[in-house]
Design a protein around this ligand. Structure first.
Ligand code: BG6
Ligand code: MG
Length: 212
């Protein structure tokens, strides 16, 4: 079936902000005396802020009350936003702008399917928000990836079926979400980590719309 829309995850697909999430979570984990590795970080990619904190606390066998958890999430987000303040269009990952442009020229719709509550701010900083027909972010969904809600809602907003859309993801949880929602999924990153994707490429510079 011809592709009618591309649904992009944001962090780690469109923009190199996944490294900022890692640094901010690592700082938080260390402040709590919990070791935190890049390998563990793979399990946080695509996962909501609250679910990420819960995973880190579970790794450290730490139980905290809900007020303390809110404070920690605010602190992590503050550190993360300090990095985001420096983001410019130069931080877009390779091929992003050209891929969005080719979708636009071919009449293929464009959506965002991100768990982030900071998505609109970041798309504005990248100066690409005008490309998007639908933006579904962490403020619109109740179930975090690997639940497919974020992608199903994006397809619904564009009045399309999942089989008419292709999802682009850098996270294991995001690939699982796309596949369980009935979408084709292109992984961005390491083929060994994203083995459930239909195809994996290094970046959007390594794939053309005509290949979908
Ligand atoms: C996802 C990231 O896109 O958004 C996760 O991959 C992050 O690492 C999640 O935790 C929530 O982001 P935010 O910006 O709302 O804390
Ligand atoms: Mg991502």
């Amino acid at each position: 079936m011809a592709v009618k829309a591309c649904i992009f995850d944001m962090d780690g697909v469109i923009v190199d902000t996944a490294k900022f999430h890692f640094k901010a979570w690592q700082r938080l984990a260390e402040s709590l005396g919990i070791p935190f590795t890049e390998h563990q970080n793979e399990q946080l990619k695509g996962v909501s802020r609250v679910d990420s904190l819960e995973k880190i606390l579970a790794w450290g066998n730490l139980e905290l009350n809900s007020q303390k958890k809110i404070e920690l999430m605010e602190l992590k987000n503050k550190w993360y936003l300090d990095f985001v303040a420096e983001v410019t269009p130069e931080d877009m990952l390779p091929g992003t702008f050209d891929f969005l442009k080719s979708c636009n020229e071919a009449g293929v719709k464009i959506a965002l399917g991100s768990s982030s509550k900071n998505a609109i701010l970041i798309l504005e900083k990248l100066q690409i928000i005008h490309f998007f027909d639908s933006i579904v972010d962490g403020n619109k969904i109740t179930l975090s990836k690997p639940n497919p809600e974020v992608f199903l809602r994006a397809a619904r907003e564009m009045e399309l079926e999942p089989t008419e859309c292709v999802v682009f993801e850098d996270a294991i949880s995001g690939v699982d979400a796309a596949k369980s929602g009935g979408f084709r999924c292109i992984g961005i990153g390491d083929p060994q980590i994203l083995s459930k994707a239909d195809r994996v490429v290094e970046s959007l510079a390594n794939i053309h719309l005509s290949e979908l």
